[in-house]
Design a binder for this molecule. Structure first.
Ligand code: UDP
Length: 248
């Protein structure tokens, strides 16, 4: 499998692959010493792309975009080009860490508050002791700190760089920095460090299985309600394009 098998949802090209296939693709790319930006895109990210031309350009250039959220998978079915399943950022982070544990890859974390970032680094070292922990930096850095972070990453040459600065900043940061970094896979992980550190709880498994993780997030972090209004707008836009404009 390669990265060319894609399905476009509102112009954003998603890799048409299962979770396992996605991990295989990324593992092969690391073996080949390639440089890859991975974006785990949910409906919010797709809608951000529609509102921001520079961000859409960046999405179209990304090497691998995975469907992070049932909304994207449903949309792919509505347009008759089904993506096999959800490939969520948090799970992909763990899957890549399992590979890191197996192959001894180095990893660096950038993002989140100092306590979340420390907690996430500690948790990952505990869970994946044979992966090569190579450093972590919180996401509230000055321009001077940023220079040091970049220099440090250049020195350690990690296979994996996880960036938790929230969307769209993390994708923009990676797209800007990656060309000059000796990193194989750089991936935005949103609030994953908050979950790893225990600062934020992920939806219980049942909620995830019922595809209502978004509802859990809305109830536990009510200030996100405005962001979640993008979900019905996303669904409406996909259906409008499909059945009224008939262009997808
Ligand atoms: N964040 C950061 N630096 C900033 C702003 C935000 O490191 O200047 C972190 C924040 O602490 C949190 C993450 O970015 O850990 C954003 O999490 P969120 O759940 O909002 O991610 P999203 O839903 O945007 O993927």
């Amino acid at each position: 499998m390669n990265t060319n098998n894609r399905v476009e949802i509102l112009d954003v090209p998603f890799l048409c692959a299962t979770h396992v296939e996605t991990v295989d693709v990324l593992t092969n790319l690391i073996d080949e010493n390639k440089k890859v930006q991975v974006i785990t895109a949910n409906p919010e990210i797709v809608m951000m792309g529609r509102q921001n031309a520079a961000y859409m350009k960046l999405l179209k250039k990304a090497d691998v975009i995975t469907p992070d959220g049932i909304g994207i998978v449903l949309a792919s079915r509505w347009i008759g080009k089904p993506l096999p399943e959800r490939v969520a950022g948090y799970e992909l982070l763990h899957a890549l860490m399992r590979q890191a544990n197996k192959y001894g890859w180095k990893y660096v974390l950038v993002g989140a508050s100092p306590s979340s970032c420390d907690g996430a680094a500690e948790k990952l070292q505990e869970m994946y002791p044979d992966a090569c922990y190579a450093g972590h930096f919180n996401g509230y850095f000055s321009t001077k700190d940023e220079k040091n972070i970049i220099e440090y990453i250049k020195e350690v040459e990690p296979q994996l760089l996880f960036v938790g600065l929230g969307a769209p900043r993390q994708e923009e940061w990676i797209a800007h920095q990656l060309p000059n970094l000796p990193v194989n896979v750089a991936m935005g992980v949103g609030g994953s460090f908050d979950v790893l550190s225990g600062a934020v709880k992920r939806a219980p498994l049942l909620w995830q299985k019922l595809y209502i993780e978004w509802l859990y997030r809305l109830l536990s972090q009510p200030k996100r309600w405005r962001r979640q209004l993008l979900l019905p707008r996303f669904a409406f836009t996909v259906l409008w394009n499909r059945f009224v404009l008939r262009n997808k």
